[in-house]
Design a protein around this ligand. Sequence first.
Ligand code: BES
Ligand code: MN
Ligand code: ZN
Length: 491
Amino acid sequence: MIALSVRAGSPAAFRVPLLAVVLPSGKWLPRGLGALDRLTGGTLSRALRAGDFKGNRDETLLLYARGRGPERVLLVGIGPATTPAALSRAATLAGRRASAMGVGRAAIWHPQGAASLEHVLAGGALGAWEYRELRSTPKPAERKKPLASWTAVTPKVDAEARAALRAARAVAEGQNLARTLAVMPGNLCTPEFIAKTARDMARRLGMTCTVRGRKEMTALGMNSFLAVAQGTPQDPKFVLLEYRGGKQGDAPVALVGKGICFDTGGISLKPADRMEWMKFDMCGAAGVLGAMEAIARLRLPINVVGAVGATTNMPSGTAVKPGDVVRAYNGKTIEVANTDAEGRLVLADLLSYVARNYKPQAMVDAATLTGAVVIALGNIATGVLGTDQGVVDEVLAASKRANEPAWQLPAWPEYREQMKSDVADIRNIGNRSAGVITATVFLADFIEGAPWAHLDIAGTAYTETDLTALGRGPTGVPVRTFVEFVRERAR
Ligand code: BES
Ligand code: MN
Ligand code: ZN
């Protein structure tokens, strides 16, 4: 993990290979940058005056400095308004550049105060993240240094700033964990590996972890989840993590995640083209584990239960077939009309198990559930739906604070018509329309009255397009939204 720190001082006085300086649009050198301008021989103010650097969003300019301060100055534009979201994005872009350049250590000048400090610290870590575990080590001469440290240089470091640092470290650890799990291929990030990760985390951070396999789930009647796991010899894992930061007996917040370690579609097989992306189908589970890591590190005064359902969805002689009917944990029968709509089958049992056995104060799940959400919202916004508008509103507000954009779609009962089965209580697919919504109204049959919201992160947890501040790959979504949601509930 990248080392995060804060340091009191002025931007010209900190010795570091690269200092990022965030600038809003404009021609004038902001106050406090005179000394830094002189270290660059005046090129900083000249670049502004000449309009070579306008301060537009995502615009960057690299300058070189002399003297005992920063060796390089990276100007990063944020456009007209200095909002926490804009600062966060700028820090992420700066972290990404610093990491790509191989400078080893970098800092960011942060005169804006403690309120946005956490964003700038965690944002830098987000941009600097890379996964090199599976690459052979290059020759020493060709080796690029990873970004080992990210420091916010700020006029003063008070108690609030130190709290922001601790929070940023916790969030960054959680995002780190989630992204590493997400990027790992299906042969390495197996259900067993997910269970082991949760067990290790519980031991490290003082949580309780329960892992159930095929045998235990059979005894519990989790036949909807088991139907998905029926085609694979790998033991499916139902993982429960309990964090107790609140009073004994207080209802927990429940976080629930889809953990399909690889989704072939099963007998309703997916086309071969780009099927390799389907290793990402456990990003909901990764988000839950990442959030639990951060929540436990933050020691939030609240009880939280994290539930993850991990398996692969494989075609085989034992696999569930289109048309098969199974009885879910809550007793409802499901016609599996399409074996590729497997995430909702796993979630059906997770949601009803958690709702019944924990009576949560709020239940939020995250899943890479539908291709339809990618068509609707692309890689930019997470789809948010739910049966409890209060919880949905809290999730939307949390996603704003987290700088993880989200947008609500309706989960009205009118859409339930599509899910009617000729033989069972419900069918696991609708027709071709409103795919994000029909998946959600399916889940709504299994929430057992819990105040609930659902995040469809199929477009946002793992991006196939370069997002400028972040490259292709796992984004850490929805770790931070989860953390912000729980943090607010803990207040
Ligand atoms: N994991 C996929 C969702 C997905 C598909 C995410 C493509 C990103 C890109 C999910 O299990 C799935 O296959 N959903 C089907 C549902 C359909 C059969 C009703 C889909 O979206 O095509
Ligand atoms: Mn599928
Ligand atoms: Zn899937």
